[in-house]
Design a protein around this ligand. Structure first.
Ligand code: C2O
Ligand code: CU
Ligand code: CU
Length: 545
């Protein structure tokens, strides 16, 4: 099975190097021809050229023995030197800095003892540049990406997207932040330089030898892998030294399955200025912020008035619907455990913490529990007063009527049963595109993700649904009354005003979006960004034509 796939793919590489059509399956031959090649094309004139190398290396993460990780490092071959910011002694991939309108060429070189491919999560690029698993390269091979940055300024994400092993590869280190900047945003005078910083949230578990522990047995596959320790920007017990002024933090949830309910230990709100696809129209204040795997939120945090040595803790606050109890569907409030759920129960018992709970219940950090993520420490007093603009951008707001299929939404039903996670009852298969998965080019589609809203049986879990390609807008969220009490623990932290490429769909919820399919034909994916669910098959291809 694996072998056959490999041969097909090799054939494809061979043929396409000659510009010929490699794989024949109906309807998508056009999208497979011409400009994708294993080498750079002569008629593409890049503004910036970089090289990214994927290698297995040992780095110091914890005290004691070094940790084997899968590390991406990069070099700028031509163009602005700050395009690639390598993170030394860190498993995270380099931060990539691009500008809107730039033409980018990336040589991805695989020195790993495995196949791999990188996907540019949130970027609107041609299908052949999107890092679909069918383009995975072997050890020693190079994939050449060429595309233009069409996206607005914002915080994006790139990571491995390799068939069946995305979760493991991302966990091992194949993921990083990608930032796009543009003139519009620059004109706002938002915090820049040392006041514009990433916050990459992840969870990891280690064995006694300081090696990354990952498992995907039945339990992890159904619920997702949870690490025992929180890592921020690749560091455990992270303390960020800050000055007493305003910051723009780019929050990226790069965890496999962990959902965060960001909040301050004290009761002041979180000011959100951007979502997956860039700035909001105006800042939005929420009492807490739900951040699901794959999502990004830019937040504005003003430390002015804080005294030297003040410490501020950023926490994940308790919520329901993500735990085992939530999985049973509408039973979150059963047996007088309301407001606490399995998360609180496990946390209080504590006994599940050790190795036994590792990756099962999330150890001492159950999903939906109450735990610190990191601390900020005021180390510098500055007098400069930063002002948050009341208007950030203009968003052309979609309404349901703007969709070409208004009144006839494409419904995608999320389900988990018989030890599998499905989209419209289907599992991922390469080259298996059904009629309802064909999107007309240059159309806007109304799509609704239904996670048990209409009832039904089986388990119900939160699913962060992601669609490749252009950013979409959330039109409506509806929750089945049976799930209301669970939903109430997260609803005020769901920001629906901006451009998104990933949306958290809670148990009992139906979320409708309008998504444009402009510019590029070919195959794009949609899937749950709980990476264990994705690898289990909760992923499908779409064909734009
Ligand atoms: Cu971030 Cu298809 O993935
Ligand atoms: Cu993506
Ligand atoms: Cu899922």
């Amino acid at each position: 099975m694996k072998k056959i796939q490999k041969i097909n793919r090799r054939k494809f590489l061979q043929y396409s190097a000659f510009g010929a059509v490699a794989v024949s399956f109906p309807g998508i031959t056009n999208s497979m021809s011409s400009n994708w090649k294993g080498t750079a094309t002569a008629d593409f004139h890049p503004d910036v050229e970089i090289e990214l190398n994927m290698r297995a290396v040992k780095i110091p993460i914890l005290d004691g023995p070094q940790t084997l990780v899968w590390k991406i490092t990069g070099d700028v071959l031509s163009g602005p030197k700050d395009t690639v910011v390598n993170l030394v002694d860190n498993y995270l991939a380099p931060i990539l800095n691009f500008r809107k309108g730039q033409k980018v060429r990336i040589f991805l070189r695989n020195y790993l003892p495995a196949q791999s491919i990188l996907h540019w999560h949130g970027l609107h690029v041609p299908a052949k540049m999107d890092g679909n698993p069918m383009y995975a390269i072997d050890q020693g091979e190079t994939f050449v990406y060429e595309f233009e940055i069409l996206n607005r300024a914002g915080t994006y994400f790139y990571h491995s997207h390799t068939h069946g092993v995305t979760a493991k590869q991302v966990y091992s280190g194949l993921a990083g932040m990608l930032i796009v900047r543009d003139r519009e945003e620059q004109a706002l005078g938002l915090p820049t330089g040392e006041y514009d910083l990433p916050l990459v949230l992840q969870d990891r578990s280690f064995d006694q030898q300081n090696q990354l522990h990952y498992s995907n047995h039945m339990m992890q596959r159904m619920r997702g892998f949870l690490g025992e320790q929180i890592f921020v920007n690749g560091r455990p017990d992270f303390v960020m030294p800050v000055a007493s002024t305003a910051y723009r933090f780019r929050v990226l949830n790069g965890s496999n399955s962990r959902i965060y309910k960001l909040g301050w230990g004290r009761s002041f709100p979180i000011t959100v200025i951007g979502t997956d696809g860039g700035l909001l129209e105006k800042p939005v204040k929420v009492p807490y912020l739900m951040v699901a795997p794959g999502e990004r939120y830019d937040i504005w945090v003003d430390f002015s008035g804080r005294k030297a040595d003040d410490q501020i803790t950023l926490k994940s606050l308790p919520f329901e619907g993500g735990s085992m109890m939530g999985m049973m569907g509408g039973m979150g409030r059963m047996g007088g455990m309301g407001g606490m759920g399995m998360g609180g129960m496990m946390g209080r018992r504590g006994g599940m913490g050790g190795r036994m709970g590792m990756g099962m219940m999330g150890g001492s950090l159950p999903l939906g529990g109450d735990y610190p993520l990191m601390r900020f420490k005021i180390t510098k007093q500055v007098s400069q007063k930063a002002v948050l603009p009341s208007k950030l951008s203009t968003i052309n707001k979609f309404r349901e009527q703007d969709a070409d299929n208004v009144g006839n939404a494409r419904r995608i039903t999320l389900s988990m049963r018989h030890m599998s996670a499905l989209l419209n009852g289907r599992s991922y298969r390469m080259h298996d595109i059904r009629a309802d998965e064909i999107m007309p080019l240059n159309s806007k589609q109304l799509i609704s993700f239904n996670n048990g809203y209409y009832g039904g049986h089986g388990m119900s879990m939160p699913h962060p649904m992601h669609m490749h390609g252009e950013q979409f807008q959330i039109i409506e969220r509806k929750v089945n009354p049976r799930f209301e009490s669970t939903y109430e623990t997260v609803s005020q932290g769901l920001v629906s005003q901006g451009w998104q490429d990933t949306v958290l769909v809670m148990p009992g919820e139906e979320v409708s979006i309008v998504k444009p399919f402009n510019d590029f034909t070919g195959i794009f994916m949609y899937h749950c960004h709980n990476l264990e669910h994705e690898d289990m098959g909760m992923m499908r291809d779409l064909l734009v034509k």
